[in-house]
Design a protein around this ligand. Structure first.
Ligand SMILES: C[S@@+](CC[C@H](N)C(=O)[O-])C[C@H]1O[C@@H](n2cnc3c(N)ncnc32)[C@H](O)[C@@H]1O
Length: 249
């Protein structure tokens, strides 16, 4: 797609977003939050549909996912249950340890793995859950116990913009209701953010019907003058990540 067409689409998207925001209370998807973790990823809406290759091709920011060698591990067996380990591995490979918030972090396995690797990690999630008692270590291919004395710092509150200055990096994997807020946090505080978007639940805006949720978040981030680096992890499902950083002034 040409840059001009891209720009036209972004302008259309943002005028639609602005109209929606101006026309009343936040729009919330009519999908109720599922208690069960696996069910939470199954949403009968276009919003939860996986992004197609055609959509990727037509996106200036996302097309590189089809060609980047480490973003396309499609011929590997998909490691369905191991998204925390895979995101931990991606973060350890690409970033230096820092103060990270795992927003919508659930049981806290990602935060715990990061903590074990020298990061200062905190979970922010209104529903406090205990760490799992075991996980599979992908390097040794063995089930590994987490002693029940282990803890990660846990703020059992919804994420708020004002929490941002306490961290250097915000991560939200399949988090509910936080994606737009985290982009706002990155733009306001010039912070880095990693999003792995899933379904649209309790977000302040919805994409137009012909725009995928991930593309909508990309457009919103670009509009907020953040750079967007997409990546893909080798698990089945919503496995596309967006690493967002403030662009240099
Ligand atoms: C689908 S689960 C994802 C959990 C985990 N990150 C994962 O990948 O399995 C969504 C999580 O978002 C949390 N959540 C919902 N609203 C939130 C908010 N406003 N701020 C932070 N977390 C929130 C829920 O409590 C839930 O643990």
């Amino acid at each position: 797609m040409s840059k001009r067409k891209d720009k036209r689409q972004a302008t259309k998207l943002f005028s639609s977003i602005t109209q929606r925001l101006a026309s009343g209370p936040p729009m919330v998807d009519d999908i109720s939050e599922q208690e069960d973790e696996d069910q939470a990823h199954v949403v009968p809406s276009h919003s939860a549909a996986l992004i197609t290759d055609d959509m990727l091709v037509s996106s200036t920011a996302l097309a590189q996912l089809l060609t980047a060698p480490d973003s396309q591990p499609r011929d590997l067996p998909k490691m369905k249950k191991f998204r925390f380990q895979l995101l931990h591995e991606w973060m350890s490979t690409h970033l230096l340890p820092c103060r990270v918030a795992d927003v919508g972090g659930g049981k806290g396995l990602l935060a715990w793995l990061l903590q074990e690797s020298g990061w200062s990690a905190t979970v922010i999630d209104p529903t406090h859950q205990s760490l799992p008692d075991k996980y599979k270590d992908l390097r040794t291919n063995k089930q590994t116990r987490i002693p029940n004395t282990e803890r990660v710092p846990y703020l059992d509150q919804p994420f708020q913009l004002t929490m941002t200055p306490n961290f250097d990096l915000l991560v939200a994997m399949h988090a509910h209701g936080c994606n737009i807020q985290l982009i706002d946090a990155a733009a306001t505080y010039r912070h880095r953010v990693i999003l792995l978007p899933c379904c649209i639940i309790q977000e302040p805006l919805l994409p137009p019907p012909d725009v995928h949720w991930i593309q909508c978040l990309v457009d919103y981030a670009l509009h907020k003058e953040l750079s967007v680096e997409p990546f893909r992890l080798n698990f089945k499902g919503q496995n596309i990540g967006l690493y967002l950083q403030p662009t240099l002034a």
